[in-house]
Design a protein around this ligand. Sequence first.
Ligand code: SAM
Length: 275
Amino acid sequence: MGETSAQAAQRVGAGFTATVEQYEGALRYNLDGVRRLVASLPDGSYEELLDVGCGTGWATLAVAERFGTRRAIGVDPSRGMLEKYAAAVEAVGVTAETHAADVLEMPVADGSVDAVISTMAFHWFVDKAAATRAMARTLRPGGVFALLAGGEGVEREYRELLESLTPAVPERWIATYDRGPTGLAEMQDHLEQAGLEPIDIWLEVRRRQTPFEDFLKRMEVIGGHLNEGVDPEILEGHRRRVWEATKAASDAQGRYEYTFSKLFVIARRPTVGVA
Ligand SMILES: C[S@@+](CC[C@H](N)C(=O)[O-])C[C@H]1O[C@@H](n2cnc3c(N)ncnc32)[C@H](O)[C@@H]1O
């Protein structure tokens, strides 16, 4: 049997706690996507916010800046992330409540928040349909759902590079891509099953060039949990081969080109038909 949602959350969360100090530096380019998602939210009053897979708080801070949110609930299995989240959110005058939990087990009441946001976390959720339902149930009628996640085709060159290596890298380095990215049609199904009405859904696919060392640094920061249980010496050998192969696949200036694909979703819990 595969891993449960709660088991995956614990494993992934521990990985993010281990790399929390490098998170904002290595992932800073994600901030742009978070801000654009928030800029696309419909005008409204979002006083009570739920941020799922909240990390260090980028999404909550962006919503609070635009809408003057007063109370934010941060859910994340990583205690290291939650500490940073509470400090950052409280620093701008928003009352923070945090829960170290998996998306399917978050202790948040049904119909209790004006908006749910989840940025760059959905691709880690094992059961995306159930996760969408779990987030949707917390919304008040008329409440808004906003999601940013790795989209179809993301880093497909890197996946192929990993698959080409001998000796083979740990299977989960590759399997993580099977579980991850979501396409438009699949997302529409999740929304429908969760009783949410799409407002706007779009996939942005770009080609990105980045110094290959920065690309690999990011992979280390987000994939800390993928190395769990691997013998340190063997791990070092894998890292060396991946480093050499990525360098060889880069241009003369050491820039690695890859597919950067992001799924943006804005939806609403309908008010009609709700007592
Ligand atoms: C790449 S970070 C994104 C953090 C933040 N939302 C941002 O945009 O910077 C992904 C976050 O999702 C959290 N996460 C992973 N699996 C989760 C799950 N099953 N339930 C809730 N959060 C989860 C991780 O611990 C991590 O903090």
